[in-house]
Design a protein around this ligand. Structure first.
Ligand code: PLP
Length: 479
């Protein structure tokens, strides 16, 4: 199995790679003045930066993970048939073996799965309890006339709290919600390594309790398994009863507690596309109908067969304990290094990346001036690193048209799987520490143009009082 985390003679622990890098892609760090121009053109929204102006792209892990040699080889053997492709048969067979669910609907990506599931199950007035929301599920539920009820444990909303399973449900509160709203609840949604809480896992014990409560009311449990691989690793590491448990047995048990599983293949499986899995033939037939107008025939659902091949191999590789621990080990390395330097960061380390607490770092910037977006902008100016705002800019709007301020104001630095080297991660830590020392120079952002929907994608902003130029001058003066 290997060592995975190695302790150097200095005492420092480093994540060891158990893979070779055979293909690389050139990247460049443009001069600071050019970064300022690029960021101003982008309206301080990192989504609008051209990739060529980005040195380390930590925007997301979605669809940008390194593929394995076996995935690449499998893609060459794809059966590009419109209907009944052998690639679909292989994907379905692999998924059935892993999750023990007989029906699989491929989808073009995770949010397409959410759209289909919500149109099948959510009705006007529905309430969907979940451990935490994600940017894509909330609008999908709202579009069907429903609303969400977020029921995480209290520790989840305290970024400095080291609770090992911040993705857990608050069980007594969930019980009360189920008792009160039973008629309005179409399903309970559990998100593996809840993204917007900082990639925080649920425990197997908590999932069992959720299922027990759900059974008492005849409510199905749905799993968003996009970050399941990392959740499996963290359960095996942090839950005493599951330490070292056989990974396939663990997946089988998790799957047996759920009625429907869906995921983004851009994350789980390091591929593209995604899938919905279930055991209910009637529900499957309904979802097939809903998928057809936009996804196409159910044996490809909008996915290219070569991506189904890649996903099938990627799912198999997600059953390898050494392979799936590399990403959370890298995240842990980065989180530890930041915390040791006094940077407010979400602890304990979770999945996907490292989440800076912009609410704490820029406590002097009012919420409506988008502290997390301002910090992400300043980070790019300082380092050429692109991160993602995960705060008020990412939030959905309420019925009154106003953004609903989420409890956390974070900047996420994603570490796509097997993509960055340790020296690049150390560069990121060093630049963040430097920026933190200059945080008083960072101000707020004012909207230059707003859209009603998805401000995260479309919003353009201006730096108040030209703090962006002042920050750059101060950095250059320091040399
Ligand atoms: C937990 C979670 N669910 C769903 C999605 C949506 O997946 P996709 O980007 O493939 O539409 C994401 C994407 O980031 C995610 O992190």
């Amino acid at each position: 199995m290997g060592i995975a985390v190695y302790r150097l003679l200095t005492g420092e622990e480093i994540p060891l790679e158990f893979h070779r890098v055979r293909v690389v892609q050139r990247t460049r760090l443009i001069p600071a003045g050019d970064r300022l121009s690029a960021m101003r053109r982008a309206g301080h929204n990192t989504f609008h930066l051209p990739s060529r102006d980005v040195f380390l792209d930590m925007l997301t892990d979605s669809g940008v993970n390194a593929v394995s040699d076996r995935q690449l080889a499998a893609m060459h053997g794809a059966d590009e048939a419109y209907a009944g492709s052998e690639s679909f048969v292989r994907l379905q067979g692999t998924a059935e073996e892993i999750f023990a669910m007989p029906f699989l609907l491929p989808v073009c990506q995770g949010r397409a799965a959410e759209d289909i599931i919500c149109r099948a199950l959510v009705r006007p007035g529905s309430v969907v309890p979940m451990n935490y929301h994600f940017t894509t599920i909330q609008p999908a539920i709202a579009a069907c006339g429903g609303e969400i009820a977020q029921i995480p444990v209290d520790e989840a909303l305290d970024t400095g709290n080291p609770h090992p399973f911040k993705g857990n449900f608050h069980i007594p509160r969930l019980a009360r919600t189920l008792g009160r709203e039973r008629e309005r609840i179409p399903f309970i949604r559990v998100e593996a390594c809840a993204n917007l809480l900082g990639g925080q896992p649920f425990s197997l014990q908590n999932l069992r309790q959720v299922r027990l409560l759900a059974d008492g009311h005849g409510i199905p449990v749905l799993l968003d398994a996009s970050l399941l691989a990392e959740n499996l690793h963290l359960i095996r590491e942090r839950e005493p009863e599951c330490r070292g448990m056989d990974i396939r047995a663990l997946v089988r048990e998790i799957a047996s507690l759920c009625s429907v599983i869906y995921f983004s293949g851009r994350k789980l499986g390091c591929a593209r596309g995604g899938a919905i899995l279930c055991s209910d033939a009637d529900l499957f037939e309904r979802m097939k109908d809903l998928a057809a107008p936009y996804g196409g025939f159910f044996t490809y659902g909008g996915m290219a067969p070569r991506d189904m091949e890649s996903l099938a191999v990627g799912l198999e590789e997600a059953m390898d304990p050494t392979a799936i621990r590399h990403s959370p080990d890298c995240v842990a390395y980065m989180v530890r290094a930041l915390a040791e330097n006094g940077i407010p960061v979400v602890i304990p380390p979770g999945a996907l990346g490292c989440y800076l607490d912009a609410g704490k770092i820029l406590a002097h910037v009012p919420r409506e001036r988008c502290p997390a977006a301002a910090l992400a902008s300043a980070l790019y100016l300082t380092s050429g690193i692109r991160a993602m705002e995960r705060g008020i800019l990412s939030s959905a709007r309420g019925k009154d048209g106003q953004p609903i301020p989420p409890p956390l104001e974070l900047v996420r630095l994603a570490l796509p799987r097997r993509t960055f080297t340790l020296s690049q991660v150390r560069y990121a830590v060093d630049r963040i520490v430097r920026l933190h020392g200059m945080r008083d120079l960072i101000g707020g952002l004012r909207f230059a143009g707003e859209r009603e929907r998805l401000r995260l994608f479309w919003g353009k902003m201006l730096a108040e009082d030209g703090w962006d130029g002042n920050l750059l001058s101060a950095l250059e003066a320091e040399g």
